[in-house]
Design a protein around this ligand. Structure first.
Ligand SMILES: Nc1nc2c(ncn2[C@@H]2O[C@H](COP(=O)(O)OP(=O)(O)OP(=O)(O)O)[C@@H](O)[C@H]2O)c(=O)[nH]1
Ligand SMILES: [Mg+2]
Length: 483
């Protein structure tokens, strides 16, 4: 019996739907950033904008009305906890609203986007689907990635040198005194190793509290142990080794070196392999303004830390890790986060500074054929713009509610009062931001309260979230997969 045209078309359509289900492609988006760079806020805002239909005029698949719906899917990986999207929204929805807490463990989420393709043939088969997988993790763990290319000797020299030059009279005092009392080449002793590891961890935590904006000394699990709290994998520390002297078997240094290697192979390598080696796209979030508030040395620290981390992502190079990199990152976006801390007239300067900070990584990515973008953005905009007249001069200001305890020129805020802030001018020449003696240059960046994120109303419509250029970032990262 011959099928009518109509029946044949419907059968073909059903087969197409079945195939779509089977073959839903998955895009793994890597959200890379040091601690406090804005990963959790970015992921929460990204999901909320996709799932509840945000105001995203420059995210073209959305602006063209081709996105039918987006929804959260069960975890693709049973061994990884789910990203607690709902709890983060609840925190942002409190009165007064709060920012989500610093992340303590790794989590993952899958969002499925249903869309109508712009291509006639794909449209014939009905809606297309894309799974978007995103992982969130404590930024502290990221500073471990460069360890993969270090030996115990080189790491020790670096870490001991840094403690001596930067923290000898402060946070590192007790640990350095301990080091001067031990002989790395003497017989191994578990009690000595335990004490050294404890003092080293205390030093790292105290140094982080002192640095408060940017902390780049690891290992990350000493700061944020996750499931490794109390684990023997964390009972090591750097030792003051003599250059060129070999480490005898059975010595304290040999024991520490073995544990350092175990930390790399049991903690750092799986973290990289499971979560970073198979990325399709990557966004690197950088808080440039925080370190700028501290001065040129902090900006240079940021540059070094990012360079070390991003080196691990070298694509198609002779890196020892390249064997682990299966998929290829073909688009990479560098984003200066929290751009709502400055007036939009300064966004170009912020982008220029980010471009300079990530120059080497950007060069490597472009040389490998990846498309690279740079953007200043705010995933969740906490301020609006205004102009203030001061002594006949018009200053571009931002207005928001500073978090309780924030200070501007001696005034301490209570967390409820709105303030207009002139954050200062970013340097015209981006190189000035990196000069070691660059003073905080009259910049004032305070933390603002987030806008209150309200749940959907009875009609199911959720109010759009304010942002700066989140739509352009999504367009760069996702649009061609939704074509
Ligand atoms: N004004 C403003 N502040 C932001 C924005 N995104 C992040 N922040 C601020 O930056 C802080 C850190 O953001 P998170 O998203 O928690 O940073 P993270 O990278 O997840 O940090 P870890 O979990 O510690 O690795 C927040 O508590 C906010 O104070 C933004 O778009 N605008
Ligand atoms: Mg986080």
């Amino acid at each position: 019996m011959a099928l009518s045209d109509d029946t044949a078309a419907r059968a073909l359509h059903r087969a197409g739907l079945y195939l779509t289900d089977m073959m839903t492609p998955t895009l793994r988006l890597g959200v890379t950033g040091l601690s406090r760079s804005g990963k959790t806020v970015f992921i929460t805002a990204l999901i909320r904008n996709l799932v509840s239909g945000g105001r995203l005029p420059f995210f073209f698949p959305e602006a063209e009305g081709r996105i039918e719906r987006a929804y959260l899917e069960p975890q693709p990986d049973d061994a990884v906890p789910r990203f607690d999207y709902e709890e983060h929204l609840e925190t942002l929805g409190q009165d007064p609203p709060q920012w989500p807490e610093s992340t303590k463990r790794l989590s993952q989420l899958r969002v499925t986007i249903e869309f109508r393709s712009a291509q006639a043939l794909r449209r014939f088969f009905g809606v297309s689907r894309l799974n978007l997988d995103v992982v969130d993790y404590p930024g502290e763990w990221l500073i471990d990635l460069p360890l993969l290319e270090e030996s115990y000797e080189s790491w020790s020299a670096d870490a001991v040198g840094r403690a001596r030059t930067r923290h000898a009279h402060g946070p590192a005092k007790a640990w350095l005194e301990f080091l001067s009392s031990v002989d790395p080449y003497a017989r191994k002793d578990e009690q000595v190793a335990l004490k050294g590891a404890r003092l080293f961890a205390d030093y790292l935590k105290a140094a982080r509290a002192e640095d408060h904006v940017l902390h780049t000394t690891g290992p990350g699990r000493f700061l944020m142990p996750g499931d490794l709290e109390g684990s023997p994998l964390l009972t090591f520390c750097p030792l003051p080794l003599k250059e060129g002297r070999s480490i005898p078997r059975g010595s304290l240094a040999a024991m520490m070196a073995r544990r350092f290697e175990s930390y790399k192979s049991h903690v750092v390598r799986p973290f990289f392999r499971d979560h970073f080696s198979r990325l399709d796209r990557q966004i690197v979030l950088v808080d440039v303004l925080g370190p700028m508030n501290e001065g040129g040395e902090a900006v240079a620290d940021l540059q070094n830390a990012l360079d070390g981390v991003l080196r691990v992502f070298r694509i198609g190079s002779a890196s020892r890790l390249s064997a682990l990199i299966g998929r290829r990152i073909d688009k990479l976006l560098f984003a200066a986060t929290k751009a709502d801390h400055i007036h939009s007239s300064s966004h170009d300067r912020l982008e220029a500074i980010l471009r300079l900070i990530t120059e080497r990584a950007m060069g490597r990515a472009s040389a490998s054929g990846a498309e690279v973008g740079v953007q200043a953005l705010a995933a969740l905009r906490a301020t609006y713009e205004a102009e203030a007249k001061v002594g006949g001069e018009v200053l571009p200001c931002i207005v928001g509610v500073p978090m309780p305890g924030e200070r501007i020129e001696g005034k301490v805020f209570n967390g409820r009062q709105e303030a207009a802030v002139f954050p200062g001018d970013l340097p015209q020449n981006p190189k000035d931001a990196l000069k070691p003696d660059a003073a905080p240059a009259g910049l004032h960046f305070v933390r603002f309260r987030p806008p209150r994120v309200l749940p959907p109303g009875p009609d199911g419509e959720a109010p759009a979230l304010p942002n700066i250029r989140l739509d352009r970032a999504l367009d760069f990262l996702l649009a061609d997969w939704l074509a």
